[in-house]
Design a protein. Structure first.
Lengths: 557, 101
């Protein structure tokens, strides 16, 4: 993985010292909250419902054991012994004290991490496929490109005050695990007939109050042209994006109001100018970065312990079926560690769990760890012989749940339990659904449930097979259900099912949806989303509401 | 449309150093407990007390008026679930005020 050079190290240290002085000036009253707020947000520090929250970037979801141990140390020393992994491949600490934050940032800098640009109207943490560099279905590792974009966009003077926040996702696989179609810019690697790698460039996707599936504005952009092309998009957006209305300021609205063709023309007109400015100057650097992401030295050993476990241990087989993904090396596997034990808070890991994962990565996983946007943790390079031992260790620590991709593998934002913007709670809903569906989820199979506690959609509910949006209806939590969303390469926004449910009504309603799917699917090979797309909304709508048009306790909306 | 009548309020904010929820009690004292807050029964008093709190908010962030009502013991309790969560702590762990620390 990429290691900081002297410039990176001194830049991050300088920012820590700068913020330390800003905190001192806030505490002694020299800075008002109004003056201080932009500074703290630039350093990922939010003020939430009960406490400050520090959002730390995990660039493209990649970290090593040393960094994971440091996160555990921070959780123990300055927080409450746990961290929350988010849908943007960040980690959030929910209880830091203002005076301690500069020390936390210093501890992060010690392991080449930071919280810069995890807030504000700038280019945020670049996200990527959590199986990047390992998956059998990949064209090439997208992380070197993500790192190049991270360096280009960090403290880019022209893009420090964009009309609104800006999120870029990159994938190197035709199987989209990075939700590229729901980002301001999505980049999907493609290979042309001559074997050259490039990107399909998708612009103007996003969720939030106005969900939009992004539009392809370039079918094939050579990799060498990536930065000037991205800069052209950002320049056009920065120039014409709206600043008069926060809710119309994202690039998805710019593209919609300008028209896709007109927007594309503006970008394509600007691109050759910037291409000349760049003069390929980033290419040497890009090559150095790619060298830092060399594949690990794979072990050559028999897989017999794995084969024996598969033959003799049904629980191991269940784990392998859900939590193991094919690696590009057939003797290896990609192990996903579920942070979704039934009844647990999605995405939370204790410091002990973080340390165990660090130990396992170091002992068995070429020291590589990934964080998925689905709020799980991944060991991307594990020899199959070691997987039984890993599973045993995980199970002992409450991390062995075999539910990846199943109904209880729920994405949920922090919701009103923590978030100052939320309109309803998400976590208790996720906990209850997971427990309720535990006994039938294996039969149900692949089912993506995604929960957001407000219209900002951090829980990606629009692209959940079942999406749940928590709202405040006359002082009561009320949950809208959407059906048929899809976060993959066949991205699709879910259809609103009908009136909302109270929290108590919602949980059995979700179970009815799962059971109705089992009734109407053609066979076990037809997944929930496939059944929905074939059979349409009606059988699911009646599962939710019965034949009557409205449920007894429907919302007033 | 008829204007809605005034409903009782408390003055609340976040503590600058910890971000913890605080409430204004009688005598201008800030407390961490909603039950100890001053329940304000009139609009004019609410305006005056809020204004006073805002002018001396050195250790506070985001002072505002929150709806509250008198409980059976006469002490304030939350009306809206958001304020109930602020007053108690998150649902998923015994953290925040409910932990007593």
């Amino acid at each position: 993985m990429y290691r900081y050079n002297d410039f990176d190290r001194s830049y991050v240290r300088d920012r820590v010292e700068q913020f330390r002085k800003q905190v001192e000036r806030r505490i002694d009253g020299t800075l008002s909250e109004e003056e201080f707020k932009p500074f703290r947000l630039m350093n990922g520090l939010y003020l939430q419902l009960h406490a400050y929250m520090l959002r730390v970037a995990i660039p493209y979801g990649t970290l090593d054991s040393r960094q994971m141990r440091q996160l555990a140390y921070i959780a123990d020393r300055w927080d409450k012994g746990y961290g929350h992994f988010t849908t943007r491949q960040n980690i959030q600490f929910n209880w830091p004290k203002l005076r301690d934050v500069p020390d936390i940032l210093e501890a992060l800098a010690d392991v080449e991490m930071h919280a810069i640009q995890t807030s504000g109207n700038c280019v945020r943490n670049v996200t990527s496929d959590h199986f990047a560099g390992a998956s059998a279905d990949e064209i090439n590792d997208p992380r070197p490109v993500a790192e190049l974009i991270r360096q280009w966009s960090t403290d880019h003077p022209e893009f420090a005050f964009l009309p609104r926040k800006f999120k870029i996702a990159v994938t190197g696989s035709p199987v989209d695990r990075a939700v590229t179609r729901a980002h301001d810019i999505g980049l999907r690697m493609v290979r042309d007939d001559d074997g050259n790698d490039g990107f399909e460039v998708i612009v103007g996707g996003g969720l939030g109050r106005t969900p939009v599936i992004g539009t392809v504005i370039r079918d094939f952009l050579p990799e060498a042209d990536l930065l000037p092309y991205l800069e052209a998009i950002l320049q056009v957006y920065n120039a014409i994006g709206r600043r008069d209305n926060k809710y119309k300021a994202r690039i998805k609205i710019t593209v919609r109001e300008t028209g896709v063709e007109a927007f594309r023309t503006l970008v394509e007109d600007r691109f050759p100018v910037l291409r000349r400015v760049f003069e390929g100057g980033d290419r040497d650097f890009a090559r150095q970065i790619r060298a830092a992401f060399a594949e690990p030295e794979y072990a050559d050993a028999p897989t017999s312990p794995f084969d024996a476990a598969m033959d003799n241990d049904p629980a191991f087989r269940a784990f392998a079926r859900t939590n193991l993904h094919p690696h590009k090396n057939p003797d290896y596997g990609i192990v996903t560690i579920s942070l979704k034990a039934h009844g647990a808070t999605p995405g939370d890991a204790t410091s002990d769990q973080m340390r165990l994962i660090a130990d396992l990565a170091e002992a068995f996983g070429h020291d590589e760890i990934r964080i998925s946007h689905e709020q799980n943790i991944v060991l991307p390079h594990v020899h199959k012989k070691d997987i039984p031992a890993i599973r045993a260790a995980l199970s002992e620590a409450g991390l062995g749940t075999a539910n990846i991709g199943l109904a209880s593998d729920i994405i949920a934002c922090p919701g009103m339990d923590y978030c100052a913007l939320a309109t309803a709670r998400s976590i208790p809903i996720a906990q209850q659904i997971a427990n309720r569906l535990k006994d039938i989820e294996a039969e149900v199979g692949s089912l993506k449930i995604k929960i957001s506690g407000c219209i900002n959609a951090c829980g990606h509910h629009h692209v959940g097979h079942i999406g749940i949006l928590g709202l405040d209806r006359a002082g009561t939590e009320n949950y809208q259900v959407t059906l048929g969303g899809d976060a993959t390469e066949s991205a699709r926004l879910g259809d609103r099912a009908g009136p909302g449910f109270s929290a108590d009504e919602l949980i059995p309603a979700i179970e009815r949806l799962a059971r109705r799917y089992i009734e109407v699917r053609e066979d076990e090979g037809e997944s929930f989303i496939e059944t929905y797309l074939r059979a349409g909304k009606e059988p699911f709508r009646t599962a939710l509401y019965g034949e009557a048009p409205r449920p007894a306790a429907a919302s007033r909306s | 449309m008829m204007a809605r009548g005034f409903t009782p309020k408390v003055v609340t904010a976040s503590d600058l150093f910890e971000g913890d929820v605080v409430y204004l009690a009688r005598g201008g004292i800030w407390t961490r407990s909603l039950a100890d807050a001053q329940l304000i029964e009139s609009e004019s008093a609410a305006r005056e007390i809020l204004s006073g709190a805002e002018s001396v908010n050195g250790g506070l962030v985001g002072v505002y008026l929150a709806d509250a009502e008198a409980g059976p013991d006469g002490r304030p309790r939350p009306v809206h679930y958001r304020e109930a969560i602020r007053a108690k702590g998150p649902s998923n762990y015994c953290h925040g005020k409910q932990s007593g620390g």
